[in-house]
Design a protein around this ligand. Structure first.
Ligand SMILES: [Zn+2]
Ligand SMILES: [Zn+2]
Length: 193
């Protein structure tokens, strides 16, 4: 298979979240800042033809490559997305439960400090804010080694695309899939540095 050299690959995002929402599962690409993220949507996704959107998950041991691309009505500003991510419980849940389609959205990820959230907010350690020491902010559960309350919020943007072409692949399958092949060829196999 020959590589398509015109594809512009983009991996400048934080990761991918999987959420149940409006019946379908949602694949949420996470970013830091709102304005550039909305601009990116209008530059790229907005012009995608829904039925051409493909998502590939290429599993490589404990990690996987998230790869997404589509034909655009504005090919000059189009981008394809990829990111190497660690497998997670949410990823496995999505893999089992997606039933062949998903909504794809962007989301803004923000860390919250202890003063910015209510008492019932969950820390990354899984325990509530009021289970943490008021002064040191360390978790009061003896089994927990959390030393500082830390939590995040994901604000999922409303704009969405429907994706119905989703495949889970192993690295051996990559040569039979144009999108996966293009991504790994460019971003893995031909990287000499
Ligand atoms: Zn904690
Ligand atoms: Zn804890």
């Amino acid at each position: 298979m020959s590589e398509n050299p015109s594809i512009s690959w983009y991996d400048d995002f934080l990761g991918v979240a999987y959420r149940y929402f409006d019946i379908r599962m949602n694949v949420v690409l996470m970013f830091n800042e709102s304005k550039p993220t909305r601009d990116l949507w209008y530059e790229t996704m907005h012009w995608w033809n829904d039925h051409t959107i493909k998502i590939r998950f290429i599993e490589t041991g404990d990690d996987y490559w998230f790869v997404m691309g589509a034909d655009s009505r504005r090919p000059d500003t189009n981008k394809y997305f990829y990111k190497i991510l660690e497998k997670s419980a949410n990823y496995e849940r999505f893999k089992k439960g997606h039933q062949g389609s998903a909504y794809m959205r962007f989301g803004i990820y923000s860390r919250k400090t202890v003063d910015e959230v209510k008492n019932d907010a969950l820390c990354d350690c899984g325990h509530r804010k009021d289970d943490h020491d008021v002064d040191s902010h360390s978790c009061l559960y003896e089994v927990c080694d959390c030393t500082n309350f830390d939590t995040f919020q994901l604000n999922i943007l409303k704009k969405k695309k429907v994706v119905t072409n989703i495949k889970f692949l192993s690295e051996d399958d990559v040569k039979d899939d144009a999108l996966a092949w293009n991504c790994l060829n460019r971003n893995k196999y031909s990287k000499n540095d």
